[in-house]
Design a protein around this ligand. Structure first.
Ligand code: ATP
Ligand code: MG
Length: 418
């Protein structure tokens, strides 16, 4: 049998309720903040990610699923959500609507990475993006949405770390300082860092290699180079978070992997999320639209990795609503009562009650066994006697109590008890 591609996973019916819970919580939290869902294509022109994600990033350099389609166009499976949302935002003129525009997405994303715990080639993200608001309140609201989502999932040991990476003007000075710091150390660092040094030295701080971490620990900190405006912005974000009761620590080494970030960057981390530990990352990217060749507009957002969230939920033993079985299994016996069970099931479904009937001509005993496996709350037995009485023998599978219930009263009976 052909096997599943490396780095991908099937989500089986027995697990899907966890995903549905995660997705429901994401939607409900987003909607509380008045964010609306946006859906964009799974693939885009490769050029979008070259410009929108940036060609100094690992994503663009190593991780993209890029191919030529039959028309000879280079297309790429989306490695993240932000670039596609930015394109859709511009292409559909959403900047002309009410600002700030508040959008959220739930997507699968694709990166050619070495699969390990919490790192897949097809993975899923829940993300939020806000366009049009440049002030600290917008940063605080985005972080509050992320925090509210994690709290609604019942996660308690996920820690928020924030930093500011300044704007174009204060970063120039910082890059100079980083250059001076790293140039005598570069010989002892990984090949990627050598490349980063020339293109975007700040990205060196994001390196996960031990031998590089040794050097990055003592590197100059962006926080010491912030211009007055960036400093004031960061102070205000911290003040708003503190006033909202959102706990955080300032971590000067957070820079985020993507090129378009400016000012606030943040990560929610957990020990239970695999090697890297980041379950949700985000920040401000006022330069993104400009980098894509559009009119600049401030923006701030985040993306959360759903597989990593599920790992953390499991490790923290977070409460998940139990999966519900079917409400009623209608067991028939001979031809007439089976037909009656089938038609009753149709009627019950029409009234909003979930039910199943035998489709495999099983014995009554085997039908009970099946109903039990399916987690049926009730089993309504219909035989010749029940047909002539116009009533089913309804067994409550939780306590095995049985009751005679008229066909005409079955809906009400089941609704009252489930
Ligand atoms: P990492 O440093 O772990 O590679 P990243 O900086 O590449 O993460 P982002 O691009 O910020 O990640 O994506 C946001 C979130 O998506 C991450 O915090 C993580 O939870 C999740 N994520 C990223 N790549 C993967 C992957 N290959 N498999 C599963 N989840 C992922
Ligand atoms: Mg990565």
């Amino acid at each position: 049998m052909i096997q599943i591609p490396k780095g991908t996973k099937d989500i089986l019916p027995s697990q899907v309720y966890l995903w549905q819970h995660l997705e429901k919580t994401a939607r409900e939290t987003s909607e509380k903040f008045a964010f609306k869902e946006i859906r964009t294509p799974v693939f885009e022109h490769t050029e979008l990610f070259l410009r929108g994600v940036g060609d100094t990033t690992d994503i663009v350099n190593k991780e993209m699923y890029t191919f030529l389609d039959k028309g000879g166009r280079s297309v790429t499976l989306r490695p993240e959500g932000t670039a596609g949302v930015a394109r859709a935002f511009v292409e559909n003129g959403l900047a002309g609507g009410a600002l700030p525009a508040k959008l959220y997405y739930m997507i699968s994303a694709f990166r050619y990475e070495r699969p390990q715990a919490g790192r897949l080639r097809e993975f899923h993200q829940f993300g939020a993006e806000m366009y049009g608001a440049g002030g600290a309140f917008a940063d605080a609201e985005i972080i509050s949405l992320a925090d509210g989502f994690l709290k609604a999932l019942g996660l308690k040991k996920v820690a928020l770390q924030i930093n500011s990476i300044g704007c174009k003007s204060c970063r120039a000075e910082y890059h100079k300082a980083l250059g001076e710091y790293f140039s005598p150390r570069l010989f002892d660092m990984c090949g990627d860092c050598k490349t980063r040094f020339g293109k975007n030295p700040m990205r060196i701080l994001d390196c996960k290699e031990e031998r590089c971490k040794k050097h990055t620990a003592g590197a100059p900190r962006m926080l010491d180079f912030l211009c007055g405006d960036c400093r004031a912005h960061f102070e205000e974000v911290k003040e708003l978070l503190a006033a909202s009761g959102i706990a955080f620590t300032v971590n000067p080494s957070i820079v985020r992997g993507l090129d378009y970030y400016s000012r606030t960057v943040f990560e929610f981390t957990s020990d239970a999320a695999g090697a890297q530990g980041t379950v949700l990352g985000g920040g401000r990217y006022d330069g993104l639209l400009e980098q894509m060749g559009e009119k600049p507009l401030p923006a701030v957002g985040f993306a959360a990795g759903m597989e990593r969230l599920l790992m953390v939920m499991e490790a923290e033993n977070a409460p998940v609503p139990q999966e519900e079985g079917v409400c009623c299994y209608l067991a028939g016996m001979e031809k007439e009562s089976r037909k009656r069970a089938f038609l009753l099931a149709e009627a019950l479904r029409g009234q909003g009650v979930s039910c199943e009937v035998d489709l495999m001509e099983r014995s009554l005993k085997a039908q009970f066994k099946y109903a039990d496996k399916r987690g049926a709350r009730f089993v309504a037995v219909i035989g010749e006697k029940e047909l002539s009485d116009g009533a089913a023998e309804v067994k409550d599978m939780r306590n095995s109590a049985s009751e005679r219930v008229k066909f005409s009263e079955l809906v009400q009976y089941l609704k009252q008890r489930s």
